[in-house]
Design a protein around this ligand. Structure first.
Ligand SMILES: [Mn+2]
Length: 357
């Protein structure tokens, strides 16, 4: 036993740097990376970060194979099964070269993916917990006594569980969208666009980017961009909702809307669950039990207005998954929106698993 401990501390001493992989799409991914960054600073490890999204793992994870003596920390990312082989190969190589792996996540994982991570060399750590967002897991595991990290985790929870109770959490969600969509439009790196916010969050927490007395971002240009984005967004969401297609299935109101580029399912889902936003020409629509948002690329975002349905079960019928309150899937490319809606209604009518009895 004593011998084992000795070799472990000798091994730990060799670690000189920390490489963080996190989700670029939302506040949870960003807050997780900021918490990991603070952990790296607390251990005096040289810090590097990669932000990515599903479908782009390959570019990001291929570089990992050349790392040595690095602590690799992955947060807010589930193993992407289509690129699992590439990820496992890269990580396996890194871990035999003295790297260590800590993977913290809250998405649904297949048994096969869990096994693939746990059978990697050099005793990888994998912590999965569906009751928390990823930033909360990172905070509890890595920085349990750090106040700044505790606040970051709280904010991430507010956005990830769609509670929308903390103003700065909403503002940061919009800032991530503005910066991310802006970078994508200009074909720039999302990481570069998010880096200034991320580094300030890591350095001094929320107070580094947000003036809470005035409920504004400290960066005036960012504040302006977010404000403008919110106005445009409200306009687009109203237009999208006006073109909705409704159908009652198993006594549940199912609504499909076409979601335009530049809007997230979370934004649309929140907007569409507020009765105040559902008044058209003096007539008010009911809040839908199940809301499906079809994007021009054929992706489906799924949210619910009541706890009478399970978004993740509906998503399963469209090759997707997620949580009961928020999920996503894929319908495929389409030309005629109404025909696509009818087709989606037919699929939902054939399987009752998404209905809470
Ligand atoms: Mn998350």
């Amino acid at each position: 036993m004593a011998e084992g401990q000795e070799s472990e501390s000798a091994g730990a001493k060799r670690i000189t740097s920390l490489l963080s992989f996190s989700h670029d799409k939302d506040v949870d991914g960003l807050a997780s990376a900021a918490i990991v960054w603070r952990y790296a600073n607390s251990k005096a490890l040289e810090f590097g970060v990669n932000l990515t999204d599903y479908g782009a793992f390959e570019q990001v994870f291929t570089g990992v194979a050349s790392r040595r003596d690095t602590l690799i920390v992955v947060t807010d990312l589930g193993m992407d099964e289509t690129t699992q082989d590439i990820i496992i190969r890269g990580l396996s190589r890194a871990l035999t070269q003295g790297c260590r792996l800590v993977w913290l996540d809250h998405h649904q994982w297949s048994d096969q993916s869990i096994k693939a991570i746990l059978s990697l060399p050099n005793r990888p750590v994998l912590k999965l917990n569906h009751d928390y967002c990823s930033a909360e897991i990172a905070q509890k595991v890595l920085m349990p006594r750090d106040e700044v990290c505790a606040e970051l985790a709280k904010i991430a929870h507010d956005t990830d569980f769609n509670l929308r109770e903390i103003p700065v959490a909403n503002a940061l969600t919009d800032a991530v969208s503005v910066l991310r969509f802006g970078a994508i439009d200009r074909r720039e790196e999302v990481l570069d666009a998010l880096y200034p916010v991320l580094s300030k969050l890591a350095e001094s927490g929320v107070v580094g980017v947000w003036d809470d007395a005035n409920k504004k971002f400290r960066d005036q240009l960012l504040e302006k961009r977010v404000d403008n984005y919110r106005k445009e967004k409200a306009k687009k969401m109203r237009k999208a909702l006006a073109g909705h297609s409704d159908h009652v299935l198993y006594n549940r109101l199912v609504r499909i809307v076409e979601i335009p580029n530049g809007l997230t399912s979370t934004d649309m889902g929140t907007f569409a669950s507020d009765p105040e936003n559902l008044i058209f020409d003096g007539e008010s629509l009911d809040v839908a039990d199940l809301l499906l948002m079809l994007s021009q690329g054929g992706m489906l975002g799924i949210r619910r207005g009541r706890e009478t349905v399970l978004c993740n079960m509906a998503a399963k019928l469209f090759n997707g998954g997620g949580h009961p309150y928020a999920a996503g899937g894929e319908y495929g490319l389409y030309e005629n929106f109404q025909a696509a809606c009818d087709d989606i209604f037919v699929t939902l009518s054939k399987d009752k698993t998404w209905v809470v009895e």
